[in-house]
Design a binder for this molecule. Sequence first.
Ligand SMILES: NC(=O)c1ccc[n+]([C@@H]2O[C@H](COP(=O)([O-])OP(=O)(O)OC[C@H]3O[C@@H](n4cnc5c(N)ncnc54)[C@H](OP(=O)(O)O)[C@@H]3O)[C@@H](O)[C@H]2O)c1
Length: 301
Amino acid sequence: MLAMRSDFQLLDGKLVARKLRDAFASRIDRLRELGIVPGLAVILVGDDPASRVYVRNKERAFQKLGLVSDVYHLDSNASQERILELIEELNENQKYHGILVQLPLPSHLNEFEIIERISPDKDADGIHPCNIGLMATGQDCPLPCTPHGILKILEHYELEVEGRHVVIVGRSNIVGKPLALLLMQKRSPGNATVTICHSKTKNLKEITSSADILVVAIGKPEYIDESYVKNGAVVIDVGTNRIEDSSVQNGYRLVGDVKFSSVKEKVRAITPVPGGVGPMTITMLIYNTIYLAEKTAALPK
Ligand SMILES: NC(=O)c1ccc[n+]([C@@H]2O[C@H](COP(=O)([O-])OP(=O)(O)OC[C@H]3O[C@@H](n4cnc5c(N)ncnc54)[C@H](OP(=O)(O)O)[C@@H]3O)[C@@H](O)[C@H]2O)c1
């Protein structure tokens, strides 16, 4: 048993993901009646084991719903030009409503230029600079998957955001920054007071200890222990870190950026790793692909 306290809630991302995916069925059917099957093209460069697992999980999730998901796997030394050319082809290919480039890319590649080349109308990850601009100004657009998934978890468990102090540790373009923009927006879920921390933040513990909602996305296994967390806070652990574990068959296990075992004793609610934010990220990728397919068919959401 994870916890017996009646005031404690495990934020089950798998459960929320399942509910959302069930609700996709009618939208997928409506598109099918028009002869449209939402399709995603994934570009994977190189052989990073974690990226391969993420891509395989995405493929499976799409296949389970009968959606198209094709992986374009390029060599780790693929040139910038080759990737840009491929994106141009995929932009034109009507089979695909969404394109995703699996990050991180090998260091010789210019990530910004690659993301920018994806048509904003096929931006399945919601991270094209045009869409980030639309999101920042509160317009309709595909939202970045992980931050969007976090909003859905908060909504599902009716965790109040308005007026709360949200501290986000990590300022990446795919998690920390867009999540801050979404949580401070002047509508629900939003209206939070947001503080962003990063590796140059001074007095990190002092700031995180004042959070009503603490989101951690730093990529450091179990870095945040109970001393960083206020009693009764809500904790969202985005971190996904592989650590060696010879007791399991594949030789590793996944842990978050938060020390779950001790932090859960102090907080009101927390996401586990695995089974928290991860399943939501894939679900919101499916959401975006359906949303983009509906846009091409000029269907209302
Ligand atoms: N579950 C999911 O679906 C999902 C999705 C995306 C990412 N992730 C995971 O989330 C983690 C973060 O990924 P990311 O791509 O957002 O991050 P990233 O690009 O690696 O950036 C890490 C951020 O954490 C900050 N940071 C690092 N060490 C810190 C410390 N000791 N104290 C305070 N801040 C610190 C960095 O600060 P600087 O900016 O100063 O360098 C940076 O802003 C990774 O484990 C990743 O695998 C999971």
